[in-house]
Design a protein around this ligand. Structure first.
Ligand code: GLP
Length: 242
């Protein structure tokens, strides 16, 4: 694990983008894993600039980490829409090159599509670099505390603190209580993982993930043994690290 502490979230995003672009450039058919949320947005903006000049995006394949269950993907607060706004359009990608887990239909259908999602990732050659944020409770994607280290893409129940943290996108409607998320096991198969966290509200989760023991109670701590984990923090998010 490599922890890079930057003065500002902007610097962290810019430095993470340089690393992500370098990894993507090395591959003829690069596969990028993307997270939603605010933490990676500055990195995506910097990456767009770097990619525009140096990565042949016509071969870029993108897989999103998660999507709410039962949410119309056309809604602006769905992760389908977020990924379309933040990745597909600005990077100039074809819709078919960008995959987001399916959260609509019967549970049977959603679970079947979840298994298909795993197959599609493998068929693409696996993820070259997986971008992740971290929840205030240490979750990765929507893998909440208690998620097994070998978990795969599946339906998950969102924790109360996650519902509270994401309410800002749904008010006055309730946040969907469940989602479909790539598992910790799926994420760990990425060849490289880049974790971004900013702000004091993430300091405790970052401390537990980076310096705490590996435990399912802090899903991000399960990434500690990954051979290529780069953690980009601003000073506030790093403030509890010794
Ligand atoms: C959501 C997403 C995660 C993200 C987390 C933190 O739960 N499913 O992938 O890392 O929120 O989001 P933010 O970066 O906005 O704090």
């Amino acid at each position: 694990m490599n922890v890079i502490v930057c003065d500002t979230p902007e610097e962290a995003g810019a430095r993470a983008a340089v690393l992500v672009a370098a990894i993507l450039r090395q591959r003829p058919n690069p596969v990028l894993g993307v997270a939603t949320g605010e933490s990676p947005l500055r990195m995506y903006a910097a990456l767009r600039e770097l990619v525009r000049d140096s990565v042949d995006v016509s071969h870029l394949r993108v897989f999103a980490l998660d999507e709410y269950l039962g949410l119309d993907p056309a809604r602006p607060d769905s992760f389908h829409s977020v990924v379309h706004r933040e990745i597909t359009l600005p990077f100039g990608l074809h819709e078919a090159a960008v995959s987001v887990p399916n959260g609509i239909g019967t549970e049977k259908r959603v679970m079947a599509d979840a298994a298909e999602y795993e197959t599609a990732i493998a068929a693409a050659g696996g993820v070259d670099v997986q971008v992740v944020g971290i929840g205030v409770n240490g979750h990765i994607g929507f893998n909440e505390p208690g998620s097994p280290k070998d978990s795969r893409t599946r339906i998950v129940m969102l924790a109360p603190e996650t519902l509270a943290a994401n309410a800002r996108f749904f008010t006055p409607e309730p946040v969907p209580p469940r989602a479909v998320s790539q598992g910790i096991g799926t994420i760990l198969e990425a060849r490289n993982i880049v974790l971004l966290a900013n702000g004091l509200r993430k300091a405790e989760a970052v401390r537990a993930a980076v310096q705490g023991r590996e435990t399912v109670d802090v899903p991000a701590s399960l990434l500690q043994g990954h051979p290529s984990l780069q953690v980009f923090l601003d000073r506030d998010a790093a403030s509890l690290l010794s």
